[in-house]
Design a protein around this ligand. Structure first.
Ligand code: DX5
Ligand code: ZN
Length: 221
């Protein structure tokens, strides 16, 4: 069985109690904290920046996975690295120099990755696989939590799985958007190993019950 990781998105957490929220979700089984950064420019919503990353950093030991939905990309990368991010991903359409942005993330000591919107072609991967530690497939259009999973993402996950296996490198394959207890197994079967879930976890009162149920689904894949 692959190593499966569950990455709750704090987008759906209670921001007035964010430290407690991340501590609770890690206590209840989260492997990673997914941190959605939106700029009201690349996506039509505005969320949180490096200050908030720095504020939650002392509360958890698990990796913080910063998903940049911002344009331009490069200026903010060192700030997130300093704020304690471990993984930084960005959308290739939002960077004028994708190879340089990937290198910049690694130079700042973080794992680097690309994020693919539902309609973004995988060809962005063609010449940069050696600079990539994680690939994130969006199963909704970015900008908001609580949207429905777009089933076409499964085919894309399977294609990325083939590319990763052919590369022979250890690259995480993450899926983000509309992941729930009842579709997490399908995403795993397609080849995903890391699962972002916002409203499915932080929208519920018992985080452990949801995470345990997700793990039960994954164990049966
Ligand atoms: C969407 C974000 C997601 C989102 C996931 O732009 O990247 O991480 O918060 O939320 P759910 O799980 O509610 O779809
Ligand atoms: Zn995200």
């Amino acid at each position: 069985m692959p190593t499966y990781r569950i990455a709750p998105s704090i987008l759906s957490a209670d921001f007035a109690r964010l430290g407690e929220e991340v501590r609770n979700v890690v206590r209840d089984g989260a492997d990673i904290i997914h941190f959605d950064v939106m700029d009201n420019h690349y996506v039509p919503n505005l969320t949180i920046g490096p200050l908030v990353c720095e504020a939650i950093r002392p509360h958890v030991q698990v990796p913080i996975d910063v998903h940049l939905m911002v344009k331009p990309v490069d200026r903010i990368i060192p700030d997130f690295a300093k704020a304690g991010a471990n993984i930084i991903t960005f959308h290739p359409e939002a960077s004028d120099h994708v190879d340089r942005s990937l290198q910049l993330i690694r130079d700042n000591g973080c794992k680097a990755g690309l994020v693919f919107n539902p309609a973004t072609p995988l060809s962005y991967l063609d010449y940069v696989m050696d600079k990539i530690d994680i690939i994130l497939i969006m199963s909704v259009n970015p900008g908001f939590g609580g949207q429905s999973f777009i089933p076409e993402a499964l085919k894309k996950i399977a294609e990325v799985r083939q590319r990763i296996d052919a590369s022979g490198r250890e690259i995480m394959l993450e899926v983000d958007g509309g992941i729930k207890i009842d579709n997490i197994a399908a995403a795993a079967k397609a080849g995903a190993d890391t699962f972002v879930a916002g409203s499915a976890i932080f929208g519920k009162s018992d985080y452990k019950a949801v995470i345990d149920a997700m793990r039960t689904q994954l164990a049966a894949v």
